[in-house]
Design a protein around this ligand. Sequence first.
Ligand SMILES: *Cc1c(COP(=O)(O)O)cnc(C)c1O
Length: 386
Amino acid sequence: MLPSEPLKPSAAFADILRPTHVEVDLSRLAGNLQAICSHVGTAKVMPVLKANAYGHGLIEVAELMVKLGADYLGAAFLEEGLMLRKQGITTPILILGGLAGEQIPLFLKNSLTLTASSVDKLRLINEAAEALGTQAKVHLKIDTGMERVGVHYYSAEKLLEASLQCHSVEVEGIYSHFANADAADLSHARLQLERFQEVLQFYERRSLPLPLRHMANSAGILQLPESHLDMVRPGIMLYGIYPSPECQRTVAITPALAWRSQVSYFKVVQAGDPISYGSTWQADHPVRVVTIPAGYGDGYFRALSNKAQVLIRGRRYPVAGRVCMDQMMANIEWDSAYNGDPVTLIGTDGNETITADEVANWAGTIPYEVLTNINTRVPRVYVGRS
Ligand SMILES: *Cc1c(COP(=O)(O)O)cnc(C)c1O
């Protein structure tokens, strides 16, 4: 009998459920957080947990971060914050994304910190807090060159000014976000930081205490120590991946995620017989071909068709033919493989490793998308628990 609620399957149980799973090594996540903390010294650290903790599983990662003493948690959307609160997590949570006015009471009732990205939003927050007889905790968002969300640095004074008049709002923090901190050329990032510093002078000019200042994402942490300020917001590097190939690797981190499956079928394919939809691949000699029960319906990009490699028995083999929704094939030439053999899509097997970077290159994207694209159909299994 299968338990009715397989929420936290062991590796073995996940294999029974589905031979394809994501394996997250919690001790590596912990090591990455510790490496970040020691690199940024006295600055606080806000692990960023949006998009299911970059595919690693929101709740498990959040619980680990809280256990390790994270000062703050960051998420993109209200619903992510609500899931964390439902789980009983009481650590401060900042929702980084833009918010809709009607969501404000839910933020307040769940003690979620709001991003005030315009004077209008700030006033709506103030009114909602007043109506509920509470204080809203807010971080002001300044756009210094990303052109996404936030008040432009050149009109920020209006927002800061308005915040002094909002008596049901506590401005706990003020932040901005880099567009190019992962580049080799850091001139735009430096310009953004300068603009942010100029906005912050408002507080000095008025002899007001500074709110918590934060700007650095992973790339800022790695490349711009002067951007660490009072708090940093690591995302991708927490999961052990560098933001870009150009970005300096000033902190040693280790990937925490492996994506595994199993051989589900083995056959010999005759010379000239094409494989999978569209018949895009065929060999001119007989080959052994294995089927793997994972596909684009799990988030393994269809763009990886005839491009990616997988690991079986510690060796690399090419994906042959189109990736299907639930299955794909790999050409093992004349090597051996048996039903049930582990297949590694991302991660290490023996002396070989396929990184998320490599998969991203094959698919023409970035590792962020590779990780966040692994969808919830794939069970997450946690190892390295201390
Ligand atoms: C996603 C995000 C981060 C983390 O970015 P990484 O490049 O993954 O470190 C930090 N701050 C904000 C506002 C974000 O949206």
